[in-house]
Design a binder for this molecule. Structure first.
Ligand code: PAF
Length: 281
């Protein structure tokens, strides 16, 4: 049976209330649609721990800067519903913009901590306020037992964990590992923007992080290993926004490997496509 579709909060809530009355454990997988295997692995993580899985599909205007790709962001609703159904999902919550941000909407979650770590926030100043506001709303609207987010957007995951903790939001926040193609490229809805030549270069992003991890493990100073990764990527044609070694939980800068656990994070552009990735070190 195809997954049901809820366009408004009232239907979402009545469905969740009925499931809960029947004793079900409920998971939410928030997405902006354009599903790929990475999203489906989040659904699989959700299914493994829940009786009912909700997928939200909402391209959230509040997290795009005017210069970004809100209008052009890939949208594939019918395929997304089919893929979610095939993955055993139960309900797609796909609200219109006015359902999430009705006329007169005037609230924004204000963030510090990992949201101001000087990584994505430096290049996308209002992004995390938009993400946190919509995620808070989705968690409050759906009231799942837990919600699953990909580690691929590592700073986003840290921001959401911090917000859920600080605001006593009840759903547990579950992180799921990044899914990669065989050549190491992290799956992303934006990979469709890459030209064939850029697509061939893109796996170097992960390779540079891996080399950086190995260098640190073999005793090279963190700063030197990071600088090497940055230079490697620049030489391969990336416009590098940052390569950084940060504390895996706080995202605070590290002086030495002993200050870890370390997370290595990168953001770089190939042509007009901005790619992000990260690994544990
Ligand atoms: O990671 C995403 O797809 C989005 O940032 C999210 C968490 C669905 C919020 O719009």
């Amino acid at each position: 049976m195809a997954a049901a579709i809820a366009r408004d909060v009232a239907i979402l809530r009545s469905t969740v209330t009925a499931w809960r009355a029947a004793g079900a454990r409920i998971a939410l997988v928030p997405t902006m649609g354009a599903l790929h295997e990475g999203h489906l692995s989040l659904v699989a993580t959700a299914k493994a721990r829940a009786d009912r899985v909700i997928l939200s599909i909402f391209v959230n205007p509040a997290q795009f800067a005017p210069s970004e790709d809100f209008g052009a962001y890939p949208r594939s609703f019918a395929q997304d519903v089919a893929a979610f159904t095939a993955a055993g999902g139960d309900l797609v919550f796909a609200p219109e913009i006015a359902e999430v941000y009705p006329a007169g909407f005037a609230t924004k979650v204000s963030l510090a901590g990992p949201a101001t770590a000087g990584l994505e926030d430096k290049f996308r100043p209002d992004h995390f306020a938009g993400v946190a506001t919509v995620v808070a709303k989705l968690l409050i609207m759906a009231k799942p037992d837990f919600a699953v987010f990909g580690e691929k957007d590592y700073q986003q995951l840290a921001v959401i964990r911090q917000m859920a903790r600080d605001l006593n939001l009840e759903p547990e926040i579950v992180g799921a590992p990044t899914v990669r193609t065989e050549d190491g490229l992290a799956l992303s809805s934006r990979n469709v923007y890459l030209t064939p030549q850029e697509r061939a270069t893109a796996p170097l992003l992960h390779a540079a992080l891996e080399q950086c991890r190995q260098a640190i493990a073999s005793g090279v100073a963190v700063d030197a290993a990071v600088a090497k990764a940055q230079a490697t990527l620049a030489a391969a044609g990336f416009a590098v926004d940052y390569v950084a070694a940060r504390h895996a939980e706080t995202l605070a800068p590290l002086v030495s490997a002993a200050d870890g656990p370390i997370r290595l994070l990168v953001a770089a552009r190939l042509g007009t496509t901005r790619l992000v990735d990260n690994i544990a070190a």
